[in-house]
Ligand binder design. Structure first.
Ligand SMILES: NC(=O)c1ccc[n+]([C@@H]2O[C@H](COP(=O)([O-])OP(=O)(O)OC[C@H]3O[C@@H](n4cnc5c(N)ncnc54)[C@H](O)[C@@H]3O)[C@@H](O)[C@H]2O)c1
Length: 420
């Protein structure tokens, strides 16, 4: 885990609690989901766990990096997501997870600063130090396989540059401390270079550049990202396909949030917010397809706001006002008020991503794992392809990939066979 903050400590503490039988892994498709096989009349719906060989939770060892020196127990207490009685029951295991020193540069995350940071000759040297950390961690715990998940902060908005275009240009950029290579890209490079699956829970550009995609193909590293689809955007990708399915129009969609955790504090910086905003805004365009349905969606005004408001901590409150119109253009409104818990929604997703990325690696898949787009706000995708955002198409894609891996027939939902 890169970053031992709210999301990662809630994931780690949660897995430890589940292992001890103290709680259930609610929200985890990998742990609680099933997959239908064959016809609806066959009655075959094994659990995903039985169907594909996922790593058992008992076999997982957690490690990570952070710019703060707090161990995972202290960091979880600071994050304030899980309550003390639960944390106390997994205190020893959590306290054993101490952060390695981080690759960090305030240029990319303006609202953060911490002492546990590596020094190096240049960015290449820092990448080499991360690779050493990875190898030492693997050897120390006698591990067979690794997965890296970026759960660090949202960095400033960056776009592709020449240094991102080829592996050679990227490595030269590392040596020359190219400004367009942020910390998250250095971690991604280290993982991919080692052939380790790399997933990005934040909206940072990170591995989503041609150079790192090419490197992933070469080293056999699966990639997934970006930005976990947890709260407001998750609901958006549930509601928008419904509006579109009935061919109702949308005049505007206004989304606003308040939250008071460290993530909220980082996002209070306009440059980090811009990265998040781009990620949150893209989903509606792809789902509603204004080019195909100009009368319904061309005029849509989409606004997304996140406001840092300390008293709420990790308990985000989101409001959506959706101005829609129907038959003969008559207007209607839909209001959503979601009182959610950011990291409680994110933790099972991080666990699923880690388990499925490990499965991808064992299945011989490398590069972009489109079947995991179910979990992300801005799913990475091949050049020239538009991403699929509809949650239910994404779920179908995920389950069909599991069927494909096991040589089972894919499900098309045609259903004629029941009436022939
Ligand atoms: N529902 C959700 O919670 C959710 C949804 C989507 C995306 N995310 C993203 O996940 C990320 C983590 O969220 P969080 O709530 O845990 O935030 P957080 O601020 O609690 O944790 C982030 C941690 O990363 C550390 N960090 C930052 N830069 C680092 C670096 N270069 N190396 C090592 N550690 C570094 C910070 O010190 C901090 O401890 C954020 O980018 C957030 O936007 C969260």
């Amino acid at each position: 885990m890169v970053g031992l903050g709210a999301v990662s400590t809630t994931t780690i503490a949660g897995v430890m609690a589940v292992r001890k039988g103290l709680a259930k892994p609610i929200g985890s498709l990998a742990e609680m989901g099933t997959v239908r096989l064959g016809k609806r009349t066959d009655g075959r719906s094994p659990s995903i766990r039985e169907f594909v060989p996922l790593t058992p939770l008992d076999d997982i060892v957690f490690g990570g990096w952070d710019i703060f020196e707090d161990n995972c127990y202290e960091a979880a207490k600071h994050a304030g997501v899980l309550e003390a009685p639960l944390l106390e029951q997994v205190k020893d295991e959590l306290a054993g997870v101490t952060p390695m020193s981080a690759v960090f540069d305030r240029h990319y995350v303006k609202r953060l600063d911490g002492p546990n940071v590596k020094k190096g000759k240049n960015k290449r040297d820092l990448a080499e130090q991360l690779i050493q950390d990875i190898r030492s961690f693997k050897a120390k715990h006698g591990l067979a396989r690794l997965v890296m998940v970026w759960c660090g902060s949202t960095e400033i908005f960056l776009t592709e540059t020449a240094a991102h275009q080829t592996i050679e240009a990227f490595e030269k950029g590392l040596e020359e401390n190219d400004i367009s290579i942020p910390s998250s890209m250095i971690y991604a490079y280290a993982a991919i270079k080692e052939g380790i699956p790399y997933a990005n829970a934040a909206p940072n550009l990170s591995a989503d550049v041609p150079a790192l995609m090419m490197l992933a193909q070469q080293t056999g590293a699966p990639l997934a990202g970006k930005d976990l689809k947890t709260g407001q955007t998750w609901l958006k990708t549930v509601i928008a396909p419904g509006i579109k399915a009935r061919l109702l129009g949308v005049h505007g969609w206004y989304s606003t949030n308040i939250l008071g955790n460290r993530d909220g504090e980082v996002l209070d910086d306009p440059e980090s917010f811009k990265t998040k905003e781009e990620s949150k805004k893209s989903v509606l365009d792809y789902i509603l397809q204004p080019k195909l349905y100009p009368e319904l969606y061309n005029e849509m005004h989409h606004v997304v706001r996140i406001n840092y408001y300390k008293p709420r901590g990790d308990n985000k409150e989101g409001w959506d006002n959706i101005d829609i119109f129907g038959w003969l253009g008559y207007p209607m409104q839909l209001k959503v008020n979601f009182l959610c818990r950011d990291s409680i929604l994110a933790a099972p997703i991080v666990l699923d991503i880690a388990l499925f990325m490990d499965l991808s690696k064992r299945a011989g898949f490398s590069g972009v794992q489109e079947w995991l787009s179910f979990y992300f706000k801005s799913p990475i995708h091949a050049a020239g392809l538009y991403p699929e955002h509809d949650l239910f198409i994404q779920l179908m894609k995920l389950k069909n990939t599991l069927r494909y891996m096991r040589g089972e027939e894919l499900i098309t939902h045609l259903g004629r066979e029941y009436y022939d």
